[in-house]
Structures are given as structure tokens and as C-alpha cells.
Design a protein around this ligand. Structure first.
Ligand code: ADP
Ligand code: MG
Length: 282
């Protein structure tokens, strides 16, 4: 893969959308693999109890195995749970297991419960930099809800990446997500919705074109020029414990994630971000 410029500091992306099935996990793992394939050091944090990102990256995540739950609930260091992703020398992942499904309730009574991930991640990022192997990107894959797990991701991250499925009601719910981002900004001043990615784009349908147009109209420069096409190769890769990047690197799906990753690496997140502060609307 072509070499991309590496960021001066770690870019922490929160892949979020409270709707299920819009392509969060697919985007988190394929973007991560595309960036890692260009030489960047990338960490994927699976924050969904379903563990789909862990599956797609070929990392074991059966019930009871060590996972991100231990970081969030027991305050263990992230470094204990970082696994190497097969086939990618610079791609790493922290898995999630079904044990995480209890975390929202268990955290409810903990002090600073929405900052648990941030505390652990900041330490890990610093450790990696001090060890002379700084992380370039972190991709946090969120569950399909706006609960305490997604809150932890938003507090820990700098940039929100919102996958939008090119389907009916695509933009429904996005306002709610933006309102939460706005609230979280009281704790995490620098958080921006820097990136929107159109997924499962079907060039044969008018609907996809309409959703894309609507998104670009409403969300402006944050929307990447590259849209991810609907592709069987993308959807079948996880069942082989792989991303599309290795499963079928020449497929249109894999190439589109490569192109989207390139855009992401080359653009200024702050110049392109969505204005989510609705309080100043006239
Ligand atoms: P989320 O994490 O938002 O719930 P997923 O990434 O798991 O969404 O995607 C939902 C389903 O759609 C999965 O079965 C996935 O394989 C499939 N999928 C995602 N992106 C594509 C695509 N571009 N083409 C075809 N299928 C896709
Ligand atoms: Mg998912």
C-alpha cells in the first residue's frame, strides 16, 4: 500500500451511530487495516459486547477471556489486553466479550464512570510514545446505543467518525448523536465530528444517490468523497476472521476503504468538522 503521512499526535476516532447495522464495525476494522497497511501503527478498541470487531480481526473473545471489560470495570491497564492482529505487523486490538454487556450497569455507581476508558487510553498512548513506538491511530468501535459505553468512547476520543448507511431514514438519529457529542464537549473540549462515511452505497439505486446528496448538503465537508459500495466481499470477510483488506485486497470494497483511509489521513479534521453546537442556530 502507498505510504501515507503519519499524524504528529495520536488521532483517536470514535466510530459511533446509535443505529445498528450501519457499518460501524466494518468501518472501524477496515479503516484500521487500511491505515495499518500503509505503515501506520493502529489500535482498534472493541467496545461492543457482541465482539464483532474482535471476530473480524481474528482475535479470540469467548466469554470469560480477558478483554476491555477488565479495563473499564476493574481499572486494569490497557497494555494487558492488547493483541496483535494476524497478517498486520502494526495493527493491534483490544477485544470485547459478552462480559461487557454487564458493564453499563456495573459502572453506574463508579466515580467518574464516563472517563474510565479515557484514563486508561491516555496512559497507554503515553507509554507507547515513550517506548518509541507511538500510536498513529486508535479506532474505537461503539455498540449501537448512546449508553455509558459510547459515552466512555466519546470522552476518550478526539474525532467522531459517523458511518451513514445509504438507506431510508439514513440521517434519522444523527441529530441526537450530535446533541450528545455537544454535551460530552463539556468534559472533552476538543471533540469534533470530523468524519462522515457513506456506507453500503448502491450506485444502481436513486435512493443511495439521494442519501448521499442529502448527507453532503447537511453535513458538508465532514462527508468523505469516497463512499463505500455494498459488496459481498466486505460482508463475508469477518466469517474468515479477516478484513476485506486481506480477504480480497483488489475488490471494489477493499479499494474503497483504502481510498477512504487515504482521505482521512490527508485531511484536516478540524477544518472539516460538522457544526454540532445547535445552541447558536438562528
Ligand atoms: P454496525 O457495527 O453498525 O452494527 P456492521 O459493520 O456490523 O454494522 O454492518 C452490518 C452488516 O452489514 C454486517 O453484516 C456487515 O457485514 C454488512 N456490511 C457492512 N458494510 C457493508 C458493505 N459495504 N457491503 C455489504 N455489506 C456490508
Ligand atoms: Mg458493530
Amino acid at each position: 500500500n502507498p505510504v501515507l503521512p503519519r499524524p504528529r499526535r495520536t488521532r483517536v476516532f470514535v466510530v459511533a451511530n446509535q443505529k445498528g447495522g450501519v457499518g460501524k464495525t466494518t468501518t472501524a476494522v477496515n479503516m484500521a487495516a487500511a491505515l495499518a497497511g500503509s505503515g501506520a501503527r493502529v489500535l482498534v478498541i472493541d467496545l461492543d459486547p457482541q465482539g464483532n470487531a474482535s471476530t473480524a480481526l481474528g482475535i479470540e473473545h469467548g466469554e470469560g477471556l480477558p478483554n476491555i471489560y477488565d479495563v473499564l470495570v476493574d481499572g486494569e491497564p490497557i497494555s494487558k489486553f492488547v493483541y496483535s492482529v494476524p497478517r498486520f505487523p502494526t495493527l493491534f486490538a483490544v477485544p470485547a466479550t459478552i462480559d461487557l454487556s454487564g458493564a453499563e450497569l456495573e459502572l453506574a455507581s463508579v466515580v467518574a464512570r464516563e472517563a474510565r476508558l479515557k484514563r486508561a487510553l491516555d496512559v497507554y498512548i503515553r507509554e507507547q510514545a515513550e517506548a518509541g513506538q507511538p500510536l498513529d491511530y486508535v479506532m474505537i468501535d461503539c455498540p449501537p446505543s448512546l449508553g455509558l459505553l459510547t459515552m466512555n468512547a466519546l470522552v476518550a476520543g478526539r474525532e467522531v467518525l459517523v458511518p451513514i448507511q445509504c438507506e431510508y431514514y439514513a440521517l434519522e438519529g444523527v441529530e441526537t448523536l450530535f446533541r450528545i457529542v455537544d454535551l460530552v464537549r463539556e468534559l472533552n473540549r476538543d471533540l469534533v465530528v470530523s468524519t462522515v462515511l457513506l456506507t453500503m452505497y448502491d450506485a444502481r439505486t436513486r435512493l443511495s444517490a439521494q442519501v448521499a446528496e442529502n448527507a453532503r448538503e447537511n453535513l458538508g465537508q465532514a462527508v468523505l468523497r469516497t463512499a463505500i459500495p455494498r459488496s459481498v466481499r466486505i460482508s463475508e470477510a469477518p466469517s474468515f476472521g479477516q478484513t476485506a483488506m486481506t480477504w480480497d485486497p483488489g475488490s471494489p470494497g477493499a479499494l474503497s476503504y483504502l481510498e477512504a483511509a487515504r482521505e482521512l489521513a490527508l485531511r484536516d479534521p478540524w477544518a472539516n468538522s460538522v457544526e454540532t453546537d445547535t445552541s447558536t442556530d438562528t
